[in-house]
Design a binder for this molecule. Structure first.
Ligand SMILES: [Zn+2]
Length: 154
């Protein structure tokens, strides 16, 4: 069953190449049914975040009317990049199955190892430098959130 869904993700990735997208595909499955699927649409959508996993997660959330996918499984043609890994954790997916790994992706010109290398660095030491500025009002959004009684925790 897992291999069948994974094969669908790989087929989707192949179809996506023929349709102007990148060579990646992903499915979100709930109760053995495909809730959402997408290929990578970075270049056609002019959206660097339009990875197959992120696209499928967004679509699944819209279809299920929820911001979490706790009872869902993600099948993806390739091991998720760091951005998608973050999205998977924020969506609280139950599990992930992947076909190719990050080394296969790197061999095809999609090397995300530099992002993994950036993560443990201090913000100011990253290749895209990140600058901390000490503002008096910096924590006011968190204070507003803390006071809000009607908040939906996520
Ligand atoms: Zn990704």
């Amino acid at each position: 069953m897992h291999a069948d869904f994974l094969r669908q993700a790989v087929e989707l990735a192949c179809d996506n190449v023929a349709n102007g997208g990148g060579p990646f595909g992903a499915l979100v499955v709930k109760d053995q049914c495909v809730t959402a699927s997408s290929g990578n649409r970075v270049t056609p959508n002019l959206d660097p975040t339009a990875h197959a996993e992120v696209m499928a997660i967004r679509l699944a959330c819209q279809r299920l009317g929820d911001f979490q996918l706790t009872d869902c499984t993600l099948y993806t043609s390739c091991e998720p990049c760091p951005m998608c890994l973050g999205a998977i954790y924020w969506a609280r997916l139950q599990s992930v199955y992947f076909a190719c790994n990050r080394f296969d992706a790197a061999a095809a010109g999609f090397d995300d190892s530099f992002i993994y290398d950036e993560i443990p660095k201090l913000p100011a030491e990253r290749s895209i430098t990140m600058h901390y500025i000490d503002l008096a009002a910096a924590v006011s959004p968190f204070q507003a959130w803390s006071r809000l009684e009607s908040k939906i925790r996520y």
